[in-house]
Write a new protein. Structure first.
Length: 164
């Protein structure tokens, strides 16, 4: 039987090569820079997220917020729209320059509704029409207003098409 080593004696036979010192230092500096204004950054994203959620709930009927209202990532909102196909929703938003997703990042490309949402008991007429939006540092309240405007138009149009 042949024994294979993956590293030299100086590495206790575990890893060949040397550590990426420049990468380690760079990562440390990046983390330091992120935390310089982390609270303000998170506050901004939470304000955009909460404004988005409240406007969707106010202006569009038959919606369901997925997950806890506040115990979620600062810039993340996942909302399901009854009687709307997620792919059609995405295409219509994309035409207007809006980037979003109809499911979790780990299931992008799948046509099936989220297995997590299904497991929570969400009704099928909601599960197919899920939209995940993520806000970032460059987004503004005006961006959210534009998103809401296009979302209201799109959901109305798609519901009229699907319900006749």
């Amino acid at each position: 039987m042949i024994k294979y080593k993956t590293g030299g004696h100086q590495e206790r036979n575990k890893r060949a090569g040397t550590e990426n010192v420049a990468g380690i230092v760079g990562l440390g500096k990046a983390i330091e820079l992120v935390y310089q204004d982390f609270e303000n950054y998170n506050k901004k994203l939470m304000n955009l997220r909460d404004y988005y959620i409240s406007q969707v709930e106010e202006k569009i009927s038959d919606v369901k917020l997925n997950g806890h209202r506040t115990k979620r990532l600062a810039g993340n909102a996942n909302i399901s729209f009854k009687d709307v196909e997620g792919d059609a929703l995405l295409l219509n938003l994309d035409i207007n320059g809006i980037c979003a997703s109809s499911g979790s990042a780990c299931s992008s490309g799948s046509l099936k509704p989220s297995h997590v949402l299904v497991a929570t008991g969400i009704e099928p007429e909601f599960a197919q029409g899920t939209l995940r939006v993520t806000f970032g540092d460059n987004n503004t309240k005006e961006d959210v207003d534009f998103l809401i405007e296009k979302l209201v138009e799109t959901v109305d149009k798609l519901r009229k098409m699907s319900l006749g």
